[in-house]
Design a protein around this ligand. Structure first.
Ligand code: AGP
Length: 578
């Protein structure tokens, strides 16, 4: 997944303005970047550096997460045709690029990169010899297979051409300029007016006009959406005096939990009640999610089970292999970005099976939200760090709130305060984190609702501190994995007072020399060494608070190791490729 930006303006803007817009999308991928401003085409490896004062009225920029082809300057976008007239940036994968490339090479085109995307520039150059740009765009939809959000510039032409199929694209109507981007955060401080592309559409954009067409070239009318920005949105987006966004976003958790719960009784009350009704009336419930959001869905399935509602949860990339669904099934998609291609694919499968679809997202107007019959916004605010923290907490809390409505006994009114109390322990947690920082491997064990939390903490440790970590069921450890426990192996044990069996699992690893860190809500254990004590006797809240303790352990271990933290290597915030 990558980030793309295109600007057509009445007045000249600087290349640093263009790159500043791109920087806001860097969480989508940061292996390399580049831009074209009608005079200069610059490409770099690494994160976006906002600089340069070339001036232009038209430009495109791209920040890359490598799919086809290594992280090199040649593979960075924009890509250019042989004759230098066509410049393109692309987010997605052209699945039949090899076939198209072979044909173009026979025609004499020479390629300079290993990417699939470069084929688009040569394709347009070749077709424009005999057809006009609109016809070529129609033909591109017919011939290109895969996913794409493409911006095309033609030297000497004052327009931007935008094509969208599966990968996200939105048009921001800003003062004195029109801005195309992968998502609304590119222009969230410039306008609250946007036009969203649906699939299989293209558009011709100038500084003061925008014309949309369907994939057959038929003009279509599009409505302007007013984006309801939260005032503190802009405030929250700033890192302020934090070393990393990840720590800032963990510290945001009490506030965003409160805001989300408040909205369930106020501005989102109607959709919340409809979701409850749909869950009650559905014969079958299946979650679809990836990564951290999948771990939230595991918690959701656990909570629902406590109130007698059976739910299955499937990792989205495997959905169609395991989902036995039909018109009586409710599919619940959970996605922070609302753009994860694996989840979109799962929902397309659900649509084919006529299942009903609802979603829990954190990005307004995202593709997954727009594929849903109902969608609840977790209101965590923009999450800039790739390792998800506040979004996970709000996902899990929302699921708990839904189950509370279905009869699960939990007092959520004090959850924000309990998170605050836990955050006050961060200096002690930092000391514990430094104990595991030098380890090669770590194990996190839980039972019942803390099993999903163990999985989530392991993912956090892997993706942020680059320490191999395994989150597993405490009861399963003795069926093999315990062979890996040796003197000093770190084991984080999630000791829920209501599930004492985890104690024997903890003793089993201690007996083999493991260095145990305990996260517990059992008052009898609060004085134990290497222990984080969480004051709650409610399972649901303990799970969420234990996850936050795990986030802090992860953060401090990663910081101790000098990891990048907000932008871990090889990762991106929104995975819009399969
Ligand atoms: C989160 O820490 C991870 N970076 C990743 O697993 C993420 O949760 C996953 O890619 C799903 O993203 P989504 O919630 O935006 O769909």
């Amino acid at each position: 997944m990558c980030g793309i930006v295109g600007i057509a303006a009445k007045k000249e803007f600087s290349s640093s303005f263009l790159l500043e817009r791109l920087k806001r999308l860097e969480y989508r991928g940061y292996d390399s970047y580049g831009y074209y401003d009608t005079k200069n085409l610059e490409k770099f490896v690494g994160e976006v550096v906002v600089t340069g004062d070339n001036h232009t009225k038209l430009g495109v920029a791209h920040t890359r997460w490598a799919t086809h082809g290594g992280v090199t300057v040649e593979n960075a976008h924009p890509h250019v045709s042989c004759d230098g007239r066509i410049i393109i940036v692309h987010n997605g994968i052209i699945e039949n690029f090899a076939e198209l490339k072979k044909e173009l090479i026979i025609q004499g085109h020479r390629f300079s990169s290993q990417t699939d995307s470069e084929v688009i520039a040569h394709y347009f150059e070749s077709k424009l010899k005999h057809k006009d740009i609109k016809q070529v765009m129609v033909e591109f939809f017919r011939q290109a297979q895969g996913t794409f959000a493409v911006l095309v510039m033609i030297k000497g032409d004052e327009k931007l051409y935008a094509l969208k199929k599966d990968s996200p694209m939105v048009l921001g109507l800003c003062k004195g300029m029109n801005m195309l981007a992968s998502d609304i955060y590119a222009f969230s401080d410039l306008t609250d007016k946007a036009v969203f592309f649906e699939n299989n559409e293209f558009a011709i954009i100038t500084e003061s006009s925008w014309k949309f067409f369907d994939k057959n070239g038929k003009a279509i009318n599009k409505s302007i959406k007013k984006i309801e920005w939260e005032n503190e949105e802009k405030e929250r987006a700033k890192k302020k005096d934090y070393k990393h966004f990840m720590l800032k976003e963990i510290e945001d958790e009490p506030g965003v939990v409160k805001r989300m719960l408040f909205s369930m009784d106020n501005e989102q009350k109607q959709v919340f009640n409809k979701v409850i009704k749909l869950i009650k009336s559905s014969k079958k419930i299946v979650f679809a999610a990836c990564g951290t959001s999948y771990h939230a869905s595991l918690l959701g399935a656990y909570y629902l089970h406590q109130v007698g509602v059976e739910a299955q949860t499937l990792i989205a990339s495997e959905f169609k292999h395991y989902a036995n669904i039909d018109k009586d099934t409710l599919v619940i998609a959970i996605s922070q970005s609302g753009e994860t291609m694996d989840v979109i694919d799962a929902l397309k499968y659900a649509q084919e099976k006529k299942a009903r679809i609802i979603s829990i997202v954190n990005v307004l107007y995202s593709s997954i939200q727009r594929m849903s019959e109902l969608s609840i916004n977790i209101l965590a605010g923009q999450e800039r760090a790739v390792p998800s923290t506040k979004a996970f907490v709000n996902q899990a809390t929302l699921l708990l709130r839904i189950c509370q409505e279905l009869g699960y006994k939990v007092n959520l009114s004090n959850l924000a305060d309990k998170i605050k109390a836990l955050l006050e322990q961060k200096e002690d947690i930092k000391k514990l984190a430094e104990q595991i920082a030098e380890s090669k491997d770590a194990y996190i064990i839980g039972r019942g609702l803390t099993y999903p939390v163990a999985r989530e903490i392991a993912l956090k440790i892997k993706e942020t501190a680059y320490i191999h970590a395994e989150g597993m069921m405490g009861g399963e450890l003795k069926h093999g994995t315990i062979a890996l426990i040796e003197e000093g192996t770190p084991v984080i044990s999630l000791v829920n007072i209501n599930d004492p069996d985890i104690i024997s699992n903890t003793k089993e690893v201690e007996a083999r020399g493991a260095g145990v860190i305990m996260i517990t809500n059992n008052p009898a254990l609060r004085k134990e060494k290497n222990t984080v004590y969480i004051h709650t006797d409610n399972d649901g809240k303990f799970g969420i608070l234990a996850a936050i303790a795990g986030q802090l352990i992860t953060y401090y271990a990663a910081d101790y190791l000098g990891r990048p933290i907000d932008k871990p290597r090889n990762l991106a915030k929104s995975v819009t490729v399969k």
